[in-house]
Design a protein. Structure first.
Length: 692
């Protein structure tokens, strides 16, 4: 094989040299995990992971890894040491997703080699540390299948999708483009520690380490561009029997000596049996390390000489599955993904809420540095959803639509917070003098007017109560829907445009409240017809006055409201008191001075003349009134009186937000609406002055 620049550089970096003084590697042949390709232990809140063989080997799957990871409990740091030629791509991707989604701080040391799938797992760590003489290899996924041409094409498509997943993991760590990464994979690229740091596959470069642990892997034959010096890491070192010596051919016609009689060595046989049983018990004890609750089963396994470590593992799995409900059997081609519950969705939601300013940022959140595009990718990849072969637009679209991804709902939650913030912060005064109501449908409803009730009739002892007769003079009110649509497009997600989740929906929330305000003040300025066929403000209603603002004119208007009575043959005094003066901004200061002064205007000579209108009502300035008249002003009774009703569908008095996949929009259409109805209930709680 022609030496590549990488291979040439590694010849001097990897070959042992007597003159080179280097520290010994932390892990070596004597302490690497036995009968497993990994070990995972925790102590004092810190976890240590060793991956020192083929991923998925020894019959140990990602599901076992998931159980071991979960058994650690809450840890603050995961430190990994990797010296692996790679392994099963599907098992590896599941492990990558589990480590990537874990909230702990994650540090990885490449002790010798991180090739193929082992390099992908390394990308899940926050910090990757490589000695100068360690190596990392990336290449295209490969495999084979049996079948017809269609089967071959499907398998080729599967390989392309797998490659897309690998590229996604590398890209998230390195920041390299997809084209650059595809080229590196196609060339089966071997990187020294320095080259890995330069390209972003690793973060920190350390001094060379002496490679003490070898790999007994058959994957050596699968790598076509591996530097010759690196093959020393795969050479057997005391793990396999030496090649048998071939005896020299016997001379022709030579008489072979008669075989000597052999006697069985009883002590040797006994020693071998003891060693075999000791190894068997050690393997069983190792299998039960993380399952102390299964001590009884462990003792049974040790007592039965026919049970080895592999059978013990099967018995552990069977015991753990006794009280579980079996799920549907999946085809072997399905990617195995060990789920971590809803930690992905909760973490993404918490990060977005913090970015929008609605919650505090959590230091332990693993997604803190992610932008919107990266969060969309994580909502898929960290749940084991394949994205191979998808470009950015397709990936974001899948994040919106995939049934296992709640990315769209998370964005909706953030936008809804913004809508409510805009609604709450909107400066509107109508809620202070209107009555809040509720309607259950969109049909026209009738409200009972004040004239329907006179005084209650006396009920003599033993007599029956009589029904009151209601007329048809009550006010009509009906709901209507008000709303607008904005779009959260895929381009906004790719461009990390947070305004579609904050500013835009916040403004729409404020606009929704302003719409209700428009309807309320349109009643005052529009002077609609009431049920009796007369305008709201009418001389016959005794709620229409005149005169520029003064203590005298306000006294006349207040007396009109306070003198209102019910209709009918026997009118009843209602004793309605004005609580608010509604005016355009240009009259606010004049009216405030009149109402807040302790004496009336022109009483400078005799300051003892009290202001009879002092603090009789609160002044509310409203710019909508000036659009119609800068002279007219109004008196309104307080809440609880029949003035103007603002009714909401089922009492929901905040905007409602919902999303729908847009056919004409490249993303999701987001609708903000509110169902409300506004109508005057009665004229007696309102008085108008023309201001002239």
């Amino acid at each position: 094989m022609k030496k590549t620049p990488i291979a040439s550089a590694m010849l001097s970096a990897m070959l042992p040299s007597g003159a080179l003084s280097v520290p010994v590697a932390t892990l070596n042949q004597s302490n690497k995990p036995a009968n497993s390709w990994y070990s995972l232990k925790a102590q004092n809140g810190n976890a240590e992971l060793m991956i020192y063989d083929e991923i998925g080997g020894w019959g140990i799957s990602a599901q076992q890894f998931a159980r071991d990871l979960q058994a650690l409990g809450k840890v603050g740091t995961i430190t990994a040491r990797i010296h692996s030629p790679g392994g099963d791509v599907f098992e590896g991707m599941a492990i990558y997703n589990m480590i990537k989604g874990h909230p702990a701080h994650k540090v990885c040391y490449i002790d010798g080699l991180a090739a193929s799938m082992a390099s992908v797992i390394a990308m899940a760590f926050d910090e990757v540390i490589m000695p100068e003489n360690a190596m990392m290899m990336v290449h295209k996924p490969w495999g084979g299948t049996l079948g017809d041409a269609e089967d071959m094409r499907k398998y080729a498509d599967l390989l392309d999708k797998v490659e897309g997943n690998l590229v996604g993991a590398y890209q998230h760590k390195t920041g390299l483009s997809e084209d650059e990464l595809h080229a590196l994979l196609a060339a089966e690229t071997w990187l020294t520690g320095r080259e890995a740091v330069e390209k972003g596959f690793a973060n920190t470069l350390t001094d060379p380490l002496q490679m003490a642990a070898s790999l007994n892997s058959k994957r050596l034959k699968d790598f076509t561009n591996m530097p010759e010096a690196l093959k020393n890491l795969f050479a057997p070192q005391g793990n396999s029997a030496p090649n048998p010596l071939v005896p020299a051919p016997a001379a022709p016609n030579a008489q072979l000596p008669a075989p000597a009689a052999t006697q069985p060595d009883t002590s040797a046989i006994q020693a071998a049996a003891i060693a075999f049983n000791t190894e068997r018990m050690n393997g069983i004890n190792a299998a039960f390390t993380f399952f102390p609750e299964l001590a009884e089963l462990r003792n049974q396994c040790i007592a039965d000489a026919n049970i080895n470590a592999d059978k013990a593992k099967d018995m552990i799995l069977a015991k753990l599955g006794e009280n579980t409900t079996p799920c549907a059997v999946q085809p072997k081609s399905v990617i195995i993904h060990a789920s971590n519950g809803n930690i992905v969705g909760d973490s993404i939601r918490a990060h977005l809420m913090a970015r929008a300013g609605y919650e505090k940022a959590e230091a332990s959140n693993g997604y803190t540095s992610y932008n919107l595009k990266e969060l969309a990718r994580a909502s898929l990849g960290d749940r084991g959803i394949g994205m191979a072969g998808l470009n950015q637009m397709q990936m974001v679209a899948l994040a919106f639509t995939h049934s296992s991804s709640d990315f769209g709902n998370i964005l909706l939650d953030v936008a809804n917070k913004s809508v409510l913030k805009g609604w709450t912060a909107a400066q509107e005064s109508f809620e202070r003098f209107t009555r809040k109501g509720q309607l259950s449908d969109f049909k026209v409803s009738k409200r009972v007017g004040l004239e329907e009730f006179g005084s209650l009739r006396k009920v003599r002892e033993g007599a029956e109560y009589k029904y009151i007769t209601l007329g048809d003079t009550g006010a009509d009110i009906a709901l209507a829907t008000y709303g607008e649509i904005f779009s959260i497009t895929r381009q906004c997600i790719i461009n990390d445009d947070m305004t579609v989740l904050t500013t835009i929906p916040e403004k729409m929330g404020a606009a929704a409240k302003a719409t209700i305000g428009d309807l309320v003040f349109a009643i005052l300025t529009g002077n609609p017809l009431m049920a009796d066929g007369k305008n709201l403000f009418h001389a016959d209603h005794k709620n229409l006055g005149s005169g520029v603002p003064s203590a005298e004119s306000l006294a006349v208007l207040a007396e009109l409201m306070e003198s209102q009575t019910t209709g009918g043959k026997t009118p009843r005094a209602l004793n309605i008191m004005p609580e608010f003066v509604l005016c355009p901004p240009n009259l606010k200061r004049t009216l405030t001075q009149i109402i807040k002064s302790s004496s009336v205007k022109g009483a400078d000579i005799n300051a003892g003349i009290a202001n009879p209108m002092q603090d009789f009502a609160e002044v509310i300035s409203e710019s909508r009134l000036k659009l119609v008249s800068d002279k007219a002003y109004y008196l309104a009774a307080g809440q609880g009186n029949d003035t103007i009703e603002v009714a909401y569908l089922d009492g929901i008095d905040t905007p409602y937000i919902e999303q729908q996949q847009g056919f004409t929009v490249d993303g999701v259409a987001t609708k903000v609406r509110i169902d409300a109805g506004v109508a005057p209930l009665d004229y007696r709680g309102l008085v108008k002055s023309t201001g002239v």
